[in-house]
Design a protein around this ligand. Structure first.
Ligand code: TMP
Length: 244
């Protein structure tokens, strides 16, 4: 059901680093509220990026709609306001699924590869979602052994992630943006716990986005690396997506 005047925003259920979840009068749907708070390096670096919540809400809503339209099941229902969206309530699989089309970030550091090196095919990595442990890199076998996901879940996630990658690579290329890497999260909807959906957000917080011509970074690395022009970069992504 989409939002109507009989539905109400309820109590706060959860506060994360960049978003807050609120209950609604429908126990199977929640409101995802996007904050301006920004963290990096597992919360060691803290700050705010003015209007980040507004931009990420718009950007993520549009990307979820694009993916939904090509048959990727997502948690997204509708954008409600500048900073709020209505989503299906899910039980999050405790995995951060990272897709890389080029070398950057922790991969460059871990394996001593040059930033920007092209990969012959997308690289899929799994991290265990635990702030206390700093989201360590794991293998599929860890996820299976510790019951974070089943083999069927991992097969579904890998298959859908590669389809998501094809769609997002093409979409961002049409905006003259190179999608270097990004992080996805998946969950089991409480209304259908035997299925999986794409959840969380896809935004300049969770992607590396480089201008295809100049290589300019248009994402959270500007905040992580103190490059300046953080707000402008987020707005530039929204502008190219036709959102402002
Ligand atoms: P990494 O190079 O630091 O491992 O990051 C890979 C991608 O995942 C990058 O696009 C940023 C995104 N990411 C998140 O969205 N959340 C996180 O906590 C981390 C570490 C990375």
């Amino acid at each position: 059901m989409i939002w109507n005047e009989t539905m109400k925003k309820g109590k706060q259920l959860y506060e994360g680093k960049a978003k807050v979840l609120f209950a609604t009068s429908n126990p199977k749907q929640v409101i995802q509220y996007f904050k301006d708070d920004a963290t990096a390096f597992n919360g060691e670096k803290k700050g705010t990026i003015s209007d980040k919540g507004v931009v990420n809400n718009m950007v993520s809503s549009k990307l979820m709609n694009i993916l939904g339209a090509v048959g990727i099941p997502t948690h997204f229902i509708q954008q409600l306001s500048e900073r709020e969206q209505l989503v299906h309530k899910v039980e999050i699989i405790p995995l951060e699924v990272v897709v890389r089309n080029r070398v950057a970030g922790s991969l460059a550091k871990r394996l001593g590869r040059p930033e920007g090196e092209k990969l012959d095919r997308p690289l899929l990595e799994y991290y265990y979602k635990s702030d206390a442990l700093g989201d360590p890199l794991i293998t599929e076998d860890h996820a299976l052994l510790f019951n974070w996901a089943t083999m069927d879940d991992l097969d579904w996630i890998a298959e859908h992630t590669l389809r998501i990658n094809d769609v997002l690579l093409g979409y961002f290329a049409s905006l003259n943006i190179s999608l270097i890497d990004y992080k996805l999260e998946f969950g089991r909807p409480v209304k259908e716990p035997d299925t999986l959906v794409l959840a969380d957000e896809i935004s300049p917080d969770t992607c590396r986005l480089w201008d295809m011509t100049t290589g300019q970074k248009l994402d959270k690395d500007r905040f992580r690396q103190d490059l300046g022009g953080v707000e402008e970069a987020y707005h530039e992504v929204a502008r190219r997506m036709g959102l402002e």
